[in-house]
Design a protein around this ligand. Structure first.
Ligand code: 0PR
Length: 365
C-alpha cells in the first residue's frame, strides 16, 4: 500500500495508461462478452451502491431481481419459474448441480454431461464431489442422447444439456434429453448461458426450455448476449420454491435465510440486465440476434471465398473454421480440436467482419 495517497490526476493518468493496455473491442473476436448497452451502463451507475446480499436494505433493487427472473421465466415458457441473479454461468452451473445433489440423496452421486460442456462443470463436480460422466458428441457436434441414456444409473442425480456450446455454438437435443430425464426421474439442467438470449429470438427457435416437461433448471447469462454489465447471470428453476432446498440460516441479515452461493451480491448489473431487456423488448432483441446471425453467415461465406471451410454448422452466432492462422492484431480463439473460433457478438459489427475478411485476404494472398 502507498504511504501517501496519489493526487486524483496522477491516479487517473495511471489508471488510463493501464486501460490503454487492454485490447480494443474492435479487434476482439474471441469473447462471449460484449460492450455493455448504454442503458445497462446508466442503470448500473444508478445502482452502484446496492447489495442484494442483504435485500431488506434494498427492496427496490430486490424487486428488480425478481422482475429479471420473471422476464426470463416468461421467455422460457414458465412465468412462475424460481431463480436468482448469479455472477454468471459458472455460479449458475455450480448451484444447479448443488440443488440436484440436495434434492436427490445417493451415496456416490454422478452427473451425465456432454463432452462439449463448459469447464465450469469440472469445477462444480470437484467442489460438490460428484463423478462426472462424459457423453460423446455425434458428427454434428451435438451430444448423443442415446449414449447419455446408457451412462445413467441409480446414482445419477442429474444430466446436463448445452443450448449454445461454448466452442462450436451447437444446441444439444434437449427435447430428447428431457424425455430421458423424465423416464429416469432425474434432474435436467440446461446450460443456456450463451444460447438463452439467442435461441428464443431466432426465426426458428429450437426447443430447449421449460416448455419441455423434463427441463428442471436453466442457466442464462445477461452479461453475454444480454449486453448487460459484468457480472450478470441467472439461474432459473422450474418450480418457484425449488432453491429453498439450499437455504442456510443468516440470523443477523434482513432476511433470515439465503440459498445463493455468494453473500454480498451486486445489484448494479441486475439493474443493467433488466434495463436492456425492457429497453429493447423482444423486437429489439430479435433485431440484435438477427444481426449477429447475419454476420456469422457472412463470415462463413467470406472465409469460404478463400477456401477456408467451416468446422461446424452452428445453431448460434459462433463460427469455427479449419484454419490455423489469422492476421495481427485480431484476437480470435482456438478450440480444443485446433479450429479457429470467432464469436459474432453485438460489438462485432458487419464493418468489423469486412475489415477482418479484408485483412485475412491480404494475409492469405
Ligand atoms: N456455460 C457456457 C456455455 C459458457 O460458454 C460459459 C462461458 C459458461 C458457462 C461460464 O460462464 P461465466 O464465464 O460467466 O462464468 N463462456 C465463455 C468461455 O469460457 C466465457 C468467456 C467470455 C471467455 C469472454 C472469454 C471471454 O473473453 O469461452
Amino acid at each position: 500500500m502507498l504511504n501517501k495517497g496519489l493526487t486524483e490526476d496522477d491516479l487517473f493518468s495511471f489508471l488510463s495508461s493501464k486501460k490503454q493496455e487492454d485490447i480494443d473491442h474492435s479487434y476482439i473476436l474471441s469473447s462471449m462478452c460484449t460492450l455493455p448497452h448504454t442503458v445497462a451502463i446508466k442503470a448500473h451507475d444508478m445502482f452502484i451502491d446496492t447489495n442484494l446480499g442483504d435485500p431488506g436494505l434494498f427492496p427496490g433493487t430486490a424487486a428488480l431481481e425478481r422482475l429479471l427472473i420473471e422476464r426470463f421465466g416468461t421467455l422460457f415458457h414458465k412465468k412462475d419459474a424460481g431463480g436468482y441473479a448469479t455472477s454468471g454461468g459458472t455460479e449458475s452451473n455450480i448451484q444447479a448441480l448443488r440443488l440436484a445433489k440436495a434434492l436427490r440423496h445417493t451415496a456416490r452421486p454422478n452427473v451425465v454431461v456432454p463432452e462439449s460442456a463448459h469447464f465450469s462443470f469440472k469445477k462444480a463436480c470437484d467442489i460438490l464431489c460428484l463423478e462426472m460422466r462424459s457423453v460423446p458428441l455425434g458428427s454434428d457436434n451435438r451430444m448423443l442422447a442415446d449414449k447419455a441414456s446408457e451412462l445413467i444409473d441409480k446414482n445419477t442425480i442429474a444430466m446436463v444439456g448445452v443450448a449454445g456450446t461454448t466452442e462450436y455454438g451447437m444446441v444439444d437435443p434437449i427435447d430428447d434429453l428431457a424425455k430421458i430425464a423424465c423416464q429416469h426421474d432425474i434432474f435436467l439442467h440446461v446450460d443456456a448461458a450463451f444460447g438463452g438470449m439467442v435461441i428464443p429470438f431466432l426465426d426458428k427457435p429450437i426447443p430447449f426450455d421449460f416448455a419441455l416437461p423434463g427441463v428442471t433448471t436453466i442457466a442464462v447469462d445477461p452479461h453475454k448476449m444480454g449486453m448487460s454489465t459484468i457480472p450478470a447471470g441467472c439461474l432459473l428453476t422450474r418450480e418457484p420454491d425449488m432453491l429453498d432446498a439450499l437455504n442456510i440460516e443468516t440470523p443477523y441479515l434482513t432476511v433470515k435465510k439465503e440459498y445463493t452461493l455468494a453473500g454480498t451480491r451486486p445489484g448494479a448489473p441486475v439493474a443493467g440486465a433488466l434495463a436492456v431487456l425492457d429497453y429493447l423488448g423482444s423486437e429489439g432483441m430479435k433485431a440484435v440476434v438477427a444481426g449477429c446471425m447475419k454476420n456469422t453467415k457472412r463470415l462463413i461465406a467470406g472465409m469460404g471465398t478463400f477456401g477456408i471451410e467451416p468446422a461446424a454448422t452452428p445453431d448460434v452466432n459462433v463460427a469455427t473454421f479449419v484454419c490455423d492462422k489469422v492476421p495481427a492484431p485480431w484476437k480470435v480463439s482456438w478450440t480444443r480440436n485446433g479450429h479457429l473460433r470467432i464469436v459474432c457478438m453485438p460489438h462485432v459489427t458487419s464493418d468489423r467482419i469486412e475489415a477482418f475478411l479484408s485483412d485475412f485476404g491480404d494475409m492469405h494472398a
